[in-house]
Design a protein around this ligand. Structure first.
Ligand code: PDD
Length: 285
């Protein structure tokens, strides 16, 4: 069985046959936006929210859409239907299109390319929950603020991830130029202190993660104390518990930051309770 099923502008391919032009602007300039999501038993997770964020990202980089929202949704559903798996990971990439020549001018391309890459979901390894993750801090060079668009520009995140793995950590916690903690390289970051759940404010240059949004909604419905505020490295080093979130990984405890244990150095009790609550909450959506 093929590992991947890929939809390129409405046509389905396996990983060997899926090809895109070297003149695609996503390839040439990172001139693209994307979403990463999953299905639960063939139902795409919060797809309308993912489409909202895709459109927000496109608008932020002035990427003119030649696909309608309805067409994008239909192609996503067509790909899910064609997949042999019930629980799949989906990467939905929309590039500004294929250039007719080299050059930055968006007018050089007339039509977007829409690529949907799917594969069976790989479950989180057990040790993530029994041992927890180790993270380091990484100072960002760019001074972006506000909710970030999800674009093909991930170089800073790639370098932050590389920095972490070279130092034996799982990932980096990125810090903005004002000294405020932002997020992981492909996840949002959280801490718990004295029973209050904290996550960095979107204003500090953070992706408006859908797991983050869902957790905030869940906390609100259950009267849990939660604050979205600017947080520093010291706040995280003094936290009782810490965890990351993303659509494909849910909540994962972080037990070591900069080589130092978070709280007692074990996956946090409240984090594991929140994970259980979250899984129940999303299955009811
Ligand atoms: N990334 N922050 C960044 C920089 C991310 O890339 C992601 C997700 C998140 C979490 O967002 P969400 O809860 O909507 O998944 C936060 C996915 C996993 C990816 O790029 O593959």
């Amino acid at each position: 069985m093929d590992k991947f099923l890929i939809n390129i502008n409405g046509e389905l391919f396996n990983e060997e046959k899926a090809k895109i032009s070297v003149f695609d602007r996503g390839f040439l300039y990172g001139d693209s936006v994307y979403e990463a999501t999953r299905t639960f038993n063939r139902i795409p997770f919060r797809i309308q929210h993912h489409l909202d964020r895709l459109f927000f990202s496109a608008q932020k980089i002035e990427l003119e859409l030649t696909y309608s929202r309805k067409e994008i949704l239909e192609l996503i559903l067509q790909t899910i239907k064609a997949s042999p798996h019930n629980d799949i990971f989906l990467r939905i990439i929309l590039t500004r299109g294929t250039n007719i020549d080299l050059g930055l001018d968006p007018e050089l391309s007339s039509k977007n390319n829409l690529i949907i890459i799917t594969k069976a979901i790989t479950p989180n390894p057990d040790w993530w929950l029994t041992k927890g993750l180790s993270m380091i801090f990484h100072n960002k060079k760019s001074s972006e603020r506000g909710p970030l668009p999800k674009t093909g520009k991930y170089l800073e995140n790639i370098l932050a991830y590389k920095d972490a793995t070279e130092k034996g950590a799982f990932d980096s916690i990125m810090v903005n130029t004002a000294g405020h903690v932002t997020e992981g390289t492909t996840s949002n970051i959280w801490m718990i202190k004295d029973n209050i759940i904290y996550t960095p404010s979107l204003q500090d240059g953070v992706l408006d993660g859908l797991t983050r949004k869902t957790l905030i909604q869940m906390a609100d419905r259950n009267n849990l104390m939660l604050q979205e505020i600017s947080l520093t490295q010291e706040d995280f080093l003094g936290a009782d518990e810490c965890f990351i979130t993303s659509t494909t990984r849910n909540l994962v405890p972080v037990t070591i930051i900069e080589g130092r244990p978070v709280g007692n150095g074990l996956p946090g009790k409240k984090t594991l309770e929140l994970l259980k609550m979250y899984l129940e909450f999303v299955s009811l959506q």
